[in-house]
Design a protein around this ligand. Structure first.
Ligand SMILES: Cc1cc2nc3c(=O)[nH]c(=O)nc-3n(C[C@H](O)[C@H](O)[C@H](O)COP(=O)(O)O)c2cc1C
Length: 180
């Protein structure tokens, strides 16, 4: 199978959830949206977040230096700021100052939580596997933050739908509620 058809086949795996990697370096907060991400299942411990970051990415450089990051799922209300953050690098500018993102101190690491996100995971770097053009970062989740008293709108995450379309999943049809 050639690269072109693999590209087309990958499109069939969408929608992909959009996550936001939050880092802090010398007191500067930076954010980087990612779709190359997977979160561990509830069945296997330790709980981890795996993200694929381009080797030229400032966020990768920061994580390798600070050994920690926050991984958040921004809500659909944060769509514009999330997408904007993926078009500029924190290496050259303070991108947060151009967004309305607000943050709260985390409990176990120095990168903060994103206010208004569906959930924030505090992660400590466990492994970094460098490949040709990107690095798979595995972060062990040391703390999770979400609003226990609010109805959690888990489908209000941002999804990449393909062709640079982004949206929410409005309706799910439950077909079966058990494994047998
Ligand atoms: C929706 C979206 C998803 C993205 N997914 C990834 C990704 O999975 N991995 C990656 O390295 N870059 C991804 N990018 C690009 C980075 O967010 C972008 O290069 C960003 O400017 C890097 O910022 P930094 O240099 O401050 O870390 C994505 C961008 C957008 C808008």
């Amino acid at each position: 199978m050639d690269e072109d058809s693999i590209y087309k086949a990958l499109d069939l795996t969408m929608p992909w959830a959009v996550g936001l990697v939050i880092t802090k370096r010398e007191n500067k907060i930076n954010v980087c949206p990612v779709t190359f991400q997977v979160i561990s299942s509830i069945y296997e411990k330790p709980y981890v977040v795996c993200i694929g970051l381009s080797n030229t990415n400032y966020t990768l450089e920061t994580i390798l230096k600070t050994k920690e990051f926050t991984y958040a799922y921004p809500s659909i209300k944060q769509l514009k700021d999330t997408l904007f953050s993926g078009t500029v690098s924190g290496r050259n500018m303070n991108k947060i100052s151009k967004t309305s993102f607000e943050f709260t101190k985390a409990s176990k690491i120095s990168s903060p939580h994103l206010n208004g996100a569906i959930v924030n995971f505090e992660c400590k770097l466990d492994h970094a596997y460098r490949l040709e053009r990107f690095t798979i970062v595995v972060g062990k989740i040391v703390h999770a933050q979400f609003d226990r008293y609010k109805k959690i709108e888990k489908l209000q995450k941002i999804y990449a739908l393909g062709d640079f379309d982004y949206g929410v999943i409005e309706k799910i049809n439950v077909i079966q509620s058990s494994r047998t």
